[in-house]
Design a binder for this molecule. Structure first.
Ligand SMILES: NC(=O)c1ccc[n+]([C@@H]2O[C@H](COP(=O)([O-])OP(=O)(O)OC[C@H]3O[C@@H](n4cnc5c(N)ncnc54)[C@H](OP(=O)(O)O)[C@@H]3O)[C@@H](O)[C@H]2O)c1
Length: 429
């Protein structure tokens, strides 16, 4: 990287923008820009960046109409093949939100942020791709004190934050470490965007042959290995089981694997610190089954989806006739009427005498501001605002940079989400 594009974190006051949204013209990027226009302080200096001047101009008009009395974003065009120019562009901002198609061009933005000392937030939950980024850039980011928060989206920010809050509740109320957190995703699955469908298809077809086997290891993103097995949540033949406090659950949550990898990375990054979760900790995620019948239907739907992803002909059919094209996604008006809700139970290490019940805490997070991608837009924009405010959570003590997780924005991010349509409840059972 040319030295003129390289700067460090001491020159933050010289930066032209507080925020830049790279990939602002995509489906998620547009919703994120709209969230910034509606919820972030009106004097925020920001830019929307993309490869198409026409699309950026259209978006700028839309944003002005949405919120005319605020500082309007500057439109910045970039060409990702020009590495130096990209580093100069993101280096104009204190924080970069990346909402590009990650498997195609995400790494270029990460590299530019590390080089220019620009803090960064993304919605990337593609575990195999993230593993590659972490292996390449985590140490560089630590050395440069650049913070990169990944998966700060509907998958996996609420799960990672609620886990953190429940573990704190158990620690402060019952003075115990946590053995497991079980999350139940409530409600029906939301629609997906073209960009997400594209990522899923890419992961299904282009990952190396041993990728699936490697991803079976739930600690692949954690810097230290955790325990495997020993879990007491055994499912039946239809993937169902009951958890005290959560009811009947179905092992069909679409985001279970990716959320588990992210929460386990948080666990690994915190292990050995005063904020550690406990050496026997494991995260599990299910979807809520309203009844045995609905659980069986969920199971069959998940089976069908995995068949579609396994066979090339079915994948091609789904891409052509079922999934939206890149740039498109679920109807936003309808999404605003829907809600995203997760419930969770944290189970402590058994206290004192054998046979004594382990303490349990219950948590619930609802995003009333809309389902799926609207929640992602809020997580990205409010995550960036938390980074900008400099008010990191105390879990970040000892973490001055690196490729970390939404939990590191902690209670500060949860508070901001709650002011933008979220609601959280945490209590002992
Ligand atoms: N973890 C989660 O919960 C979560 C939630 C939402 C989204 N996501 C992820 O977010 C990503 C974006 O999703 P999306 O639905 O918003 O996708 P999208 O609508 O297709 O948008 C992709 C963006 O990337 C830009 N882009 C693609 N190739 C480019 C290139 N060669 N040069 C410059 N820009 C390029 C596009 O620019 P143009 O507009 O010019 O085409 C667009 O701005 C996906 O990877 C998706 O999986 C994750």
């Amino acid at each position: 990287m040319a030295s003129s594009a390289t700067s460090n974190k001491n020159n933050m006051d010289d930066r032209v923008y507080d925020l830049v949204v790279v990939g602002a013209t995509g489906y998620t990027g547009t919703l994120t820009a709209e969230h910034i226009a509606q919820f972030l302080p009106t004097n925020t200096k920001w830019a929307i960046a993309g490869r198409s001047t026409g699309k950026l101009d259209e978006l700028a008009v839309k944003l002005k109409k949405l919120s005319p009395d605020r500082v309007q974003p500057v439109a910045e065009t970039f060409d990702l093949s020009d590495e130096r120019a990209l580093a100069q562009l993101v280096g104009k901002a204190k924080v970069c939100i990346s909402v590009v198609s990650y498997w195609q061009v995400g790494e270029e933005v990460v590299r530019a942020c590390v080089a220019s000392g620009t803090d960064y937030v993304d919605a990337n939950g593609g575990i195999y791709g993230l593993k590659g980024w972490i292996d390449k850039y985590h140490e560089q980011a630590v050395a440069r004190r650049v913070t990169l928060i990944h998966a700060c989206a509907v998958y996996a920010a609420p799960h990672d934050l609620l886990t953190l809050l429940l573990i704190r509740e158990l620690r402060s109320r019952a003075s115990v470490q946590t053995r497991k957190v079980v999350v139940a995703v409530v409600g029906t699955p939301m629609g997906i965007s073209g960009g997400t469908a594209d990522s899923i298809m890419h992961d299904a077809t282009s990952s190396p042959p041993d990728a699936a086997a490697k991803l079976q290891n739930p600690w692949i993103l954690s810097p230290v290995p955790g325990i495997t097995g020993g879990s007491d949540d055994r499912t039946d033949v239809f993937g169902m089981y009951s958890e005290n406090g959560l009811g009947l659950l179905s092992d069909t949550s679409y985001s279970a694997a990716q959320d588990r990898h992210i929460v386990h990375r948080t666990w690994g990054l915190l292990s050995g610190s005063d904020n550690g979760y406990g050496s026997h900790f494991q995260y599990r995620e299910y979807s809520r089954a309203e009844s045995k019948i609905s659980g069986i239907l969920k199971f069959l739907t998940a089976l069908l989806t995995s068949c579609v992803l396994r066979f090339a002909l079915l994948r091609a059919f789904a891409k052509r006739f079922v999934f939206p094209a890149p740039g498109e996604g679920p109807d936003v008006k309808q999404s605003r009427l829907d809600r995203f809700t997760i419930e969770a139970v944290a189970v402590g290490e058994p206290e004192g005498a054998q046979g004594k019940a382990a303490p349990r805490a219950y948590g619930r997070f609802t995003f009333h501001g809309g389902a799926g991608y609207l929640c992602t837009a809020a997580c990205l924009a409010q995550g960036a605002a938390t980074l900008l405010s400099g008010s990191r959570d105390d879990v970040t003590s000892g973490h001055q940079g690196g490729m970390i997780t939404p939990a590191f924005l902690g209670a500060g991010l949860m508070e901001r989400l709650c002011k933008a349509g979220g609601e959280v409840e945490v209590r002992m059972l």
